[in-house]
Design a protein around this ligand. Structure first.
Ligand SMILES: Nc1ncnc2c1ncn2[C@@H]1O[C@H](COP(=O)(O)OP(=O)(O)OP(=O)(O)O)[C@@H](O)[C@H]1O
Length: 264
């Protein structure tokens, strides 16, 4: 592909090392994610998945070296709010922070301000409210608009946070272990929502240790081990029994059917 047709990168990380309290969180970590590429980041506990996300969001800073850079949407310097406008993030931590008496619609509208709930200094327009209802409708959860989030099931609250992450129309949606603690039905519904979002052209970056979360729309799988990229490439090349046995340190078998993968 010539340079003119090359798709711009969303994330470029080159030789990134992050340390905290004497631990190496990311170790000479390099990874590129292109516009339009749906990516799954997989690895065992402690492999560096959360550290990767926290480096992307600017919560963790790499050690300085001449060859190191973190470039997001082609730029190395971002203010936090500018970046939050381009990315929507959903994580269990965010859900924990929201466990208060806040109606669904307010949770969604707060996505415009990247805040936990709404405050007096927030000026909420009619367009914002209209857009929030539109996203709730798109995800089929209009019925949650008036229900306080702390009275929702885990699966309902998780889908509400997807609405919050989508409300300002970000380019990229980052999902950190999105189906943790969801039951079979809630997982199924959540996966369908991810598929719908991917079909609308949003970039999905899915971080998980659960292979069953990988929807067929995932273009690239990145396996992490000990703070580094162990392998990356198309699903069928990367999700082999050999690779997964290696990074999880246990002998596994992999089976795929209809674009989904199962491991045991
Ligand atoms: N705040 C911190 N201070 C020191 N070490 C940390 C800190 N956070 C994470 N680590 C260490 O960094 C490594 C990577 O952790 P990270 O949370 O990124 O892994 P993970 O792949 O997200 O794991 P999990 O699947 O358990 O969530 C681990 O060895 C962890 O102990």
């Amino acid at each position: 592909m010539n340079k003119k047709n090359a798709k711009p990168m969303i994330i470029e990380m080159e030789k990134v090392t992050v340390c905290k309290k004497g631990n190496i969180l990311l170790d000479n970590f390099s990874l590129n994610i292109k516009t339009g590429e749906n990516v799954a980041i997989i690895g065992p506990n402690g492999a560096g998945k959360s550290s990767f996300i926290r480096t992307v969001t600017g919560d963790l800073r790499p050690l300085h070296s001449e060859k190191t850079f973190v470039r997001l949407f082609g730029k190395e310097r971002w203010n936090v709010f500018g970046l939050r406008n381009k990315m929507g993030i959903i994580s269990g931590d965010l859900q924990d922070e929201y466990m208060r008496n806040i109606p669904g619609i307010e949770v969604v509208v707060s996505g415009f301000f990247s805040s936990i709930g709404l405050y007096r200094n927030h000026s909420i327009s009619r367009d914002m409210k209209r857009r929030a209802h539109e996203v709730l409708g798109f995800l089929g959860i209009e019925y949650l608009a008036l229900r306080p989030i702390n009275e929702m099931s885990t699966g309902q609250a998780r889908r509400l946070l997807v609405a919050r992450a989508l409300v300002h129309d970000p380019d990229v949606l980052i999902l950190d272990e999105p189906t943790n603690s969801l039951d079979l039905r809630a997982r199924h519904i959540f996966r369908q929502s991810m598929r719908t979002i991917a079909s609308k052209g949003k970039n999905i970056i899915l971080v998980t240790h659960n292979l069953e979360d990988l929807i067929p729309e995932i273009d690239k799988v990145v396996l992490l081990s000990e703070g580094s990229v162990y392998r990356d490439g198309p699903m069928d090349e990367i999700l082999t029994a050999e690779n997964l046995s290696d990074i999880f340190g246990v002998q596994v078998q992999v089976f795929s059917e209809g674009g989904y993968y199962h491991v045991w």
